[in-house]
Design a protein around this ligand. Structure first.
Ligand code: GLU
Length: 288
């Protein structure tokens, strides 16, 4: 398969310097390797995505001199594919269960006195205590409008370990194999949500299915997602999808050392554009 990277922004706010760094890096890596660079609009969360933010993404990327090699893929058009995989995990693998717990319920369950240990955090925040795990039978119609969790212990049954290749900052710029023992993932990741109550699918599910359908060989993204990659490698294994190579890059931070967020309008690319900056200025600002 030819070397392919991607940029996958969510249209929930303006792109800032951190996004520009990620997009430029993925784009430059594809071009340097005579590969392809693809765009994906991660608008699965219809409650937060807005067409005006999507338009601004295209404008900002074009202004930065970034070109993409195919039609952008829109997650909102991929719901049937997400449902197919959820059906497979529900009907054929019996690996999902519905969960009604609110964040408050989870916090309350975890704050009950435990054997001297603090509640653990995983890639998705607090590790789910398993309250709903044995509550319902896992047969019948796929439950709609319910949060659906992956039974991690059952999912990893018969799997010894999960492995992926890292070439970015966490590997110190070298190529490193990251390996997790399957037994530990049950404790360090837990039963993650694969479909949400308010929209079908979840970030983790859609990202692995979309990377596979777009033929992404090299995922270039921020190191804040390094821990999530373990989840993605688990899902790739379960759904029989290839595991790309991963390149997690450093984050662009503000003067106080805090990573930039969507609400950091002062560092929005559109603001720099309006103030007369050039794409070369942006490259310099992000250290490229
Ligand atoms: N849509 C995600 C974001 O904007 C990117 C996810 C990814 O690169 O895997 O943070």
């Amino acid at each position: 398969m030819s070397y392919t990277t991607r940029f996958a922004p969510s249209p929930t706010g303006p792109l800032h310097l951190g996004h520009a760094f990620s997009a430029l890096l993925a784009h430059d890596m594809a071009r340097k390797n005579s590969g392809r660079f693809l765009l994906r609009i991660e608008d699965i969360d219809s409650t937060r995505s807005r067409p005006e933010w999507e338009r601004l993404i295209f404008d900002d990327l074009e202004w930065l001199g970034i070109t993409w090699d195919d039609q952008p893929l829109r997650q909102s058009e991929r719901l049937p594919a997400y449902q197919d995989s959820l059906d497979h995990l529900w009907h054929e693998r019996n690996l999902l269960y519905p969960c009604d717990c609110t964040r408050k319920d989870i916090e309350a369950a975890l704050s009950a006195p435990q054997e001297g240990s603090e509640p653990a955090f995983g890639p998705d925040g607090l590790i789910y205590p398993g309250t709903c795990r044995g509550k319902t039978v896992r047969t019948g119609r796929f439950p709609k409008q319910k949060a659906m969790r992956l039974d991690m212990q059952d999912a990893l049954c018969g799997i010894e370990g999960i492995t992926f290749t890292e070439t970015g900052t966490p590997a110190g710029g070298r190529t490193k194999t990251v390996h997790h023992c399957a037994r530990e993932l049950f404790q360090t990741v837990g039963d993650i949500v694969l479909s949400r109550k308010d929209f079908l699918g979840s970030y983790h599910l859609s990202v692995v299915l979309d990377d596979a359908v777009q033929g992404i060989t090299d995922v270039v993204r921020g190191e804040d997602l390094f821990a999530a990659t373990t989840i993605h490698a688990v899902l790739q294994r379960l759904l029989d999808l290839p595991t790309p190579s991963y390149h997690h890059h450093r984050l662009v931070r503000d003067e106080a050392g805090k990573r930039l967020a969507k609400r950091d309008d002062a560092r929005a690319i559109s603001r720099y554009r309006a103030d007369g900056a050039t794409p070369a200025d942006i490259r310099r600002l992000v250290g490229l």
